[in-house]
Design a binder for this molecule. Structure first.
Ligand code: NAD
Length: 371
């Protein structure tokens, strides 16, 4: 089995699907590893750090030989067209978009595994790339806020007087949100947080955050949130607005899988905030949690800075790649036994995360959308 790692081609993507420290483990699976020259460079790994890996000069040459291709970003349509008939591709596949890419997979009978679809079950935790990347993003969001604010996070008692700590409000206490809470606490801020899933209250409190009570709970399936009714949304918005208006920094991470991000902060609330306050909207790429957000832009709205960073994990590419590469390895270990492919359609991890196989779309919602 030849496992191949191309260079990521999406603008701004600095991560790589394989880091040198994972090579030894991969070797034990009995595979041959190929990598496009320079694939690890942006993440800080030169070709010569990839000991035992066959370095090929061009992507065309790489795809031609690959039985399993490891990606970070979804393949472009052109890249999808280069995948060998009947081969496997693994990575983030953005199953909710990219219809031409998905049709190219089925046309060429490519088996695609989408890291977004890995089930959130205990056994699959080591494969859960959404979680590994989200923790990185949550951490970074707080640093971004701290950098953009005209205030300090911690309380300082100095000869020049006492500085009061900043208040950070985190909305959405999933993987990214919890990491944001922990990071803001470490920097000395007073942290308040909110999530529609009531189970998060305890997690927020265990990190030293204060849970904001809105009286709305929306536990959905599989540990995710469900969409709220209009009445629930209003009640939630009113309570949250009062907390947001007083905050120095707001980090929003609220998401509903496969749907646009819920709008939780309207323009009027931004206008109630203090000058110099910052909103970091981590949901910018799926439409944003704040009405003012423009993905990838820093918007100054009456002195309040609203920033919706794009591909934040890529900014911390070295550790993001390390974690992602381990996620992929753990997935490969499920499907490769003694150097041979051993797909198992009785394994929930493999069936749930399979987007296409043998000319068919396997992911229900994607099949319904495309047929
Ligand atoms: P996500 O990125 O899909 O969403 C982020 C957060 O936004 C979630 O906590 C969600 O409840 C919240 N949210 C959605 N709508 C909201 C609204 N209107 N207002 C406020 N908050 C809102 O979620 P995620 O971080 O990927 O994971 C969600 C949860 O899944 C985790 O916290 C965990 O409980 C579970 N999970 C389980 C496993 C596992 O068991 N293997 C792994 C990872 C995550």
């Amino acid at each position: 089995i030849r496992v191949a790692v191309p260079r990521e081609t999406q603008t701004g993507e600095r991560r790589v699907a394989l880091v040198p420290s994972v090579i030894k483990q991969l070797d034990k699976l009995g595979v041959e590893i190929l990598m496009e020259s320079g694939a690890g460079k942006e993440s800080g790994f030169n070709d010569d750090a990839y000991e035992g890996v066959r370095i090929v000069e061009s992507a065309d040459e790489l795809y031609k030989d690959a039985d399993v291709t490891l990606k970070v970003q979804p393949p472009t349509v052109e890249e999808a067209g280069k995948l060998k008939q009947g081969s496997i591709v693994m990575g983030f596949m953005a199953p909710h978009e990219g219809d031409t890419r998905i049709k190219t997979f089925t046309k060429n009978k490519v088996t695609s595994f989408s890291m977004e679809l890995v089930p959130r079950i205990t056994r699959a935790q080591s494969i859960d790339a959404l979680s590994s990347q989200a923790s990185i993003v949550g951490y970074k969001s707080v640093l971004l806020a701290a950098n953009m604010m005209p205030k300090l996070f911690p309380m300082l008692t100095t000869a020049a007087g006492t500085i009061r700590p900043s208040t950070v409000v985190v909305i959405g206490a999933g993987v990214a949100g919890l990491q944001a809470i922990a990071t803001a606490k470490r920097l000395g801020a007073v942290v308040e947080a909110y999530d529609v899933r009531s189970a998060t209250k305890e997690q927020v409190e265990s990190l030293g955050g204060k849970f904001i009570k809105t009286g709305v709970s929306a536990e959905g399936e599989g540990g995710y949130a469900r969409e709220l009714t209009d009445e629930e949304k209003q009640q939630q918005a009113d309570v949250l607005a009062d907390h947001i208006a007083k905050a120095d920094a707001v980090i929003t991470t609220a998401a509903i899988p496969g749907k646009p991000a819920p709008k939780l902060i309207d323009t009027a609330t931004v206008e109630r905030m203090k000058r110099g306050a910052v909103i970091i909207d981590l949901a910018a790429e799926t439409g944003g949690n704040c009405e003012v957000t423009k993905a990838g832009k820093e918007v100054d709205h009456n002195g309040v800075i609203v920033y919706g960073p794009k591909n934040t994990a890529s900014a911390l590419c070295q550790h993001a790649s390390e974690m992602y590469s381990r996620n992929l390895y753990n997935f490969l270990a499920l499907i490769i036994k003694d150097g041979e492919l051993a797909l198992d359609w009785d394994d929930q991890v493999q069936t749930d995360s399979c987007l296409t196989h043998d000319g068919e779309i396997k992911h229900g919602p994607t099949r319904e959308r495309l047929e």
